[in-house]
Design a protein around this ligand. Structure first.
Ligand code: ADP
Ligand code: MG
Length: 253
């Protein structure tokens, strides 16, 4: 993508669960090279919005357009193929496989096929390609030294980075990260933020759902704040931080 190109256009998306309006006509856009944060109190509709964008949930109404193509109604696998790659809040891995194996076989692991079956189904050529790509992405985010450790032996911070490496293997134009800083120690958050800044520097666009205000403030270009399913405000971290409305919503006061 060209810098500044409109990548993601979320236009009045809505999701109802029975009588509950979980996401109420929310709109925002993301341009190439931007890091956008989606924040708000518990139950605000962040995860639902995220799942609508990544194709995990179907839209009740509204439109999601990625790189000029409508993606509403597409399977999440197809959306990923078009360049939108997501991570999950809970790390998905096979603890007794190496970091490299977990990243290389990410797509297969995630599809629920099981690692052994995935291995059997791969021909040597494809296997070599997956491992080469995994190694390149782990190196890109500074995890080359941990490649051959068992994934289960890593602390949570490096496990989250491993997930990001896996998401990068499909060569996405945009990363969607679901609470990547949740549960991390201060140092781990700093390391994660550094990796995300570097990816942005390389032209990556990132949408992150996050609870940790401080993390979001220091990292994002723009923040979308949700409350009760609606978009409360959108703007720079400075603008959002200075908004009494946001502080009230966030602190529940
Ligand atoms: P957040 O991620 O901001 O905490 P969610 O998007 O998870 O908020 O939830 C928004 C609202 O939608 C909440 O009231 C939640 O209980 C409701 N909700 C979310 N998912 C479902 C579901 N699958 N079925 C019914 N209600 C749901
Ligand atoms: Mg949530």
């Amino acid at each position: 993508p060209q810098p500044g190109e409109l990548l993601l256009d979320v236009d009045k998306v809505r999701k109802t669960f029975g009588g509950l309006v979980a996401v109420n006509d929310v709109s925002f856009q993301i341009r190439a090279g931007e890091i956008v944060g989606l924040i708000g109190p518990n139950g605000a509709g962040k995860s639902t919005t995220f799942n609508l964008v990544s194709g995990v949930l179907s839209l009740t109404s509204g439109r999601v357009t990625f790189r000029g193509q409508p993606v509403g109604g597409l399977a999440s696998r197809e959306i990923a193929r078009r360049g939108m790659s997501r991570t999950f809040q809970h790390v998905k891995m096979i603890a007794d496989m190496t970091v490299l194996e977990n990243v290389a076989l990410g797509g297969y692991l995630r599809s629920g096929n099981g690692a052994a079956r995935a291995m059997l189904r791969l021909d040597r050529e494809e296997e070599r390609r997956l491992f080469k790509e995994a190694e390149a992405q782990l190196t890109r985010i500074g995890m080359a030294a941990q490649m051959h450790e068992l994934a289960g032996n890593l602390a949570l911070g490096p496990q989250r980075l491993m997930e990001i490496a896996r998401a990068l293997c499909t060569d996405p134009a945009m990363l969607l990260l679901d609470e990547p800083a949740a549960g991390l120690r201060f140092k781990e958050k700093q390391a994660l933020a550094e990796v995300l800044r570097q990816l942005k520097h390389e032209g990556m666009s990132i949408l992150l759902v996050e609870h940790d205000m401080e993390f979001v403030m220091g990292l994002t270009d723009r923040i979308v704040v949700m409350e009760f399913g609606t978009k409360l405000i959108e703007g720079t971290p400075e603008l959002v931080q200075a908004s009494p409305q946001v502080m009230a919503a966030y602190l529940g006061t």
